[in-house]
Design a protein. Structure first.
Length: 467
């Protein structure tokens, strides 16, 4: 009888396999990136389904089981599992196959859905957020099942198609599938490393409230010479509303906005101050004259632990070349708030709506519509699963990870907690300057390749997770 392979044998076999399949793996990665799965744009609904079906085929080819393209009422969820480790814990892996819109298209150096490799970078929409990390999980499963014939733990995969458009249908699907999704911990790979590409584990994410402000005047545009000075201009009115939302000190003026914000402890502030963050370099990389934000907080604190309000889009009136002297019939703004632990996005929306109603100037009709929400999340640093991931990162990248708080939102984090009762480990691998949501999004291929090794080591580390 042959002896049971030890960890070094497993590692050697995995490395040999990954080295031999690198070109095929990159070709598969690029195929995935070619699908324009933009969930927010209705015209791309067929592309989202095509991406889901492509992913299901790849999961099946990897050797995973019970693969399903599950209907949700919106873009489908892709599910798969491998459940043949009866004495081991079960991990639920989450990622998303949908991507952000690509505008402004003219700023891309190559077409966003024609991936290209430039040096060590994979350049395409979704290369980092989040197709690259989803693909790495699929490739990890394929590599382990090929080289070992099994996984060290039970793994369930949930890849959704609406993360970039507020995950509208996900909670309903999670609730309906609660029994099938039972697990010991959730792993989400939709975050990244710290400044300088330092390995990191994200402990907290902000929530989100997304709304649209609509200001409507007359049924059609008016001649500004014939009506200027006699009627309210919706664009001017909208500008007044937006200007009143925040003060020059960076504080949001909506009554009650900060009521549920939990103050940072001295220890929290000290830990953030100790992170290897070069603010001058951060500013230079942004090519901006200065950093601004809420008075009394550092850049890292403002970026990851304080709530915000930002205008994400603004339109109305004449947009073409030259001049057209009109009073526009309507004007609009999309506004989002990033929220921190204990803030309720629905309550924040009602506070925004009431405040806009109070400050809106007369002569127009001003309404506020809720477009989407997501709750904030926080995971303890000392949780055994967090520490298992930390050991895997250190073994793979040669240095212990730092623990960070990020300003982005992943709505499913709070859903896994509230609906499934799962602790969440945010195990992401993208470099911090990946241009996610912007032109020329890219993934460091060294991070991508190393992430496969790190995920495999995480599964090995999780074998002894308390259940």
């Amino acid at each position: 009888m042959s002896p049971t392979p030890d960890a070094s044998d497993h590692d050697a076999a995995l490395e040999a396999h990954l080295d031999a399949t690198r070109d095929a793996r990159l070709a598969s990665y690029m195929d995935f990136l070619r699908i324009p799965s933009i969930s927010a744009l209705p015209d791309h609904a067929p592309d989202c389904r095509r991406a889901a079906e492509w992913l299901a085929e790849s999961l099946t080819a990897a050797g995973l089981e019970h693969v399903e393209v599950a209907e949700t009422g919106g873009h489908p969820v892709v599910y798969a599992d491998w459940l043949h480790a009866p004495d081991a814990p079960t991990v639920l892996v989450y990622g998303h196959y949908d991507v952000q819109p690509v505008d402004p298209l003219e700023l891309w150096t190559s077409p966003p859905f024609e991936p290209v490799v430039v040096g060590d970078r994979m350049l395409a929409r979704g290369a980092a957020d989040d197709k690259g990390q989803v693909h790495a999980h699929v490739m990890t499963a394929a590599a382990l099942l090929t080289t070992r014939g099994s996984l060290p733990i039970n793994v369930k995969y949930v890849f959704e198609g609406e993360e970039e458009s507020s995950s509208v249908h996900l909670d309903g699907w999670l609730t309906a599938e609660r029994e099938r999704l039972a697990a010991d911990v959730a792993i989400i790979s939709d975050t990244g490393f710290f400044e300088g590409n330092v390995p990191a584990i994200t402990l907290s994410l902000r929530g989100l409230m997304y709304a649209q402000i609509d200001v409507v005047g007359t049924a059609v545009d008016l001649h500004s010479g014939g009506y200027g000075g006699a009627v309210q201009n919706p664009a001017n009115a909208l500008a007044q509303v937006i200007a009143a939302l925040k003060g020059p000190d960076g504080r949001i003026r909506i009554p009650g906005f900060y009521d549920d914000v939990i103050a940072l402890s001295d220890a929290d502030r000290a830990a953030m101050a100790a992170l290897p963050f070069d603010e001058d370099e951060y500013l230079r990389n942004l090519d901006l004259p200065a950093l601004v934000g809420e008075v009394g907080y550092s850049t890292l604190e403002r970026r990851g632990t304080r709530p915000t309000l930002d205008v994400n889009g603004l339109w109305g009136g004449f947009q073409g070349d030259g001049s057209k002297t009109i009073i526009p019939a309507h004007a609009h703004a999309k506004v989002s708030c990033r929220l921190v632990a204990a803030q309720d996005p629905d309550r924040i929306f009602e506070a925004l709506r009431a405040y806009v109603e109070e400050i809106a100037p007369p002569g127009v009709t001003t309404t506020v519509r809720l477009l989407g929400t997501g709750r904030p999340s926080l995971t303890p640093m000392d949780h055994p699963a967090t520490q298992a991931a930390a050991r895997a990162l250190e073994a793979t990248f040669g240095r212990a990870p730092v623990y960070i708080r990020e300003g982005g939102s992943i709505p499913v984090c709070a859903s896994f907690d509230s609906l499934l009762g799962l602790p969440v480990v945010l195990l992401g691998f993208v470099q911090p300057d990946d241009n996610a949501h912007a032109p020329n999004e890219w993934m460091d291929l060294r991070n991508y390749e190393a992430s496969i090794r790190a995920i495999a080591r995480t599964w090995d580390e999780l074998v002894d997770l308390p259940r």
